[in-house]
Design a protein around this ligand. Structure first.
Ligand SMILES: Nc1ncnc2c1ncn2[C@@H]1O[C@H](COP(=O)(O)OP(=O)(O)O)[C@@H](O)[C@H]1O
Ligand SMILES: C[C@@](O)(CCOP(=O)(O)O)CC(=O)O
Ligand SMILES: [Mg+2]
Length: 378
């Protein structure tokens, strides 16, 4: 039996980091996906006693015998159930770390450790100690603010849940999951994000699971219907960073300066709410006026992200370069490098600015905003 799943990456238009502290944020799915193929072996097949993870883009394979997994990972049948998402305990994570370490991940790819731990935790929690081969490919750059961690968790949990479900509709291409399964896989994916991010807000896994454009605040989701064209240029600074470290840096600053930081988070909350209102507005305001407001809100949000300590000189370079072409940019995702969004108002020709950004060593692309969320295929 084989099941495939895919889940999209995302951009955050406003509110990253502050959303972890209870502010509103606005995010949209993009048409770049992580794909998971889950193969369950026949009883008679060779390799029917192993769990194998293949990361195709990186030409890496990790494999554990089922007996080794059973030996190392504590299993409590009274608390473990695929239908009740639960956090991976500290004890389980420690034993999983041993299994990850045994795989001798190449030093230059050590950042994958949290992803592989997440894989083992989600797999064994949802499918138990059963053999399978899981093949993963992604169109998303790793650790660059486009939500590769969430797309990975959502695609994986979609495949795991679909494989356990009795309703397997064959041969219809990519299909979305029903509301009950979407809610379930999103909760599991959030548990996965906790292992990777430390303290995620849940916005990334939610927009990857549900797709479209959403307003998100403390787990509450509002689907947004855009009433204006929204084109963004995405520039990858290619400066590596890690969401967990950046999120904890903001939390530490908040402990040191609670009043100042809470004012910053309140300002971000207002920005996201205003942005959502503009995007959805059916008033007789011209597109140019709406674009001007979005542009200004992005500028203020970037200033506040700077004050949270999550910008980077490479991000400043992108902002300065696009400003020369009268375009406004802000970081997206955790910052510290990674990707930058540039608003492309109607009629903008991007060739010159892209040429200048790419000559500085950055990589530019445009993506479709607000597409489908998690989908499966048998
Ligand atoms: N396809 C994947 N396979 C395995 N691990 C992944 C995959 N995609 C993401 N990850 C994990 O997520 C981490 C990146 O997540 P994060 O720092 O949140 O950045 P982002 O979500 O912006 O890409 C990687 O270091 C890796 O551990
Ligand atoms: C910084 C944050 O707001 C978004 C992180 O996104 P990413 O992992 O950089 O794609 C964290 C979160 O909301 O969980
Ligand atoms: Mg992430």
């Amino acid at each position: 039996m084989e099941v495939k799943a895919r889940a999209p990456g995302k951009i955050i238009l406003a509110g990253e980091h502050a959303v972890v502290h209870g502010s509103t944020a606005v995010a949209a799915a993009i048409d770049l996906y992580t794909y998971v193929t889950l193969r369950l072996p026949l009883q008679s097949a060779e390799n029917n006693d192993r769990l194998t993870l293949q990361l195709k883009d990186l030409s890496l394979e990790f494999s554990w015998s089922i007996s080794r997994l059973k030996e190392v990972i504590p299993y409590d049948s009274s608390t473990s159930s695929p239908s009740t998402p639960a956090s991976c305990s500290g004890e389980t994570l420690k034993s999983i770390a041993v299994l990850v370490e045994e795989q001798n991940i190449p030093e230059e790819k050590i950042w994958l450790s949290s992803g592989i731990s997440t894989f083992l935790c989600l797999y064994t929690s949802i499918r138990g100690f059963n053999p399978a081969t899981v093949i993963i490919t992604t169109e998303l750059p790793y650790g660059s603010g486009l939500g590769s961690s969430a797309a990975f968790c959502v695609a994986l949990t979609s495949a795991l849940i679909a494989s356990s479900s009795s309703d397997k509709t064959h041969g219809e291409g990519w299909t979305s999951l029903d509301e009950t399964n979407l809610e379930l896989l999103n909760k599991w994916a959030f548990e996965g994000e906790k292992i990777i991010h430390g303290k995620p807000s849940g916005i990334d896994n939610t927009v990857s699971a549900y797709g479209n454009m959403i307003k998100f605040c403390s787990g509450e989701i509002t689907r947004l219907q855009s009433n204006m064209p929204l084109r963004m240029l995405i520039t990858n600074t290619k400066v590596g960073r890690n969401t967990k470290a950046l999120v904890s840096g903001v939390s530490e600053r908040t402990v040191r300066h609670p009043d100042a930081m809470n004012s910053v988070f309140n300002a971000v909350d207002s920005i996201s709410k205003e942005l959502a209102a503009i995007i959805q507005s059916k008033d007789e305001i011209s597109v140019a006026e709406k674009e001007e407001s979005v542009k200004e809100l992005m500028e203020i949000n970037q200033g506040l992200l700077q004050s949270m300590g999550v910008s980077h000189s490479s991000i400043d370079t992108v902002i300065r370069t696009t400003l020369k072409h009268k375009l406004t940019s802000k970081l997206t995702g955790a910052g510290g490098g990674g990707c930058v969004l540039t608003l492309l108002p109607t009629g903008t020709v991007v060739d010159k600015v892209v040429e200048e950004l790419e000559s500085s060593g950055f990589q530019c692309f445009t993506a479709l905003i607000g597409g489908n969320g998690a989908e499966i295929c048998f």
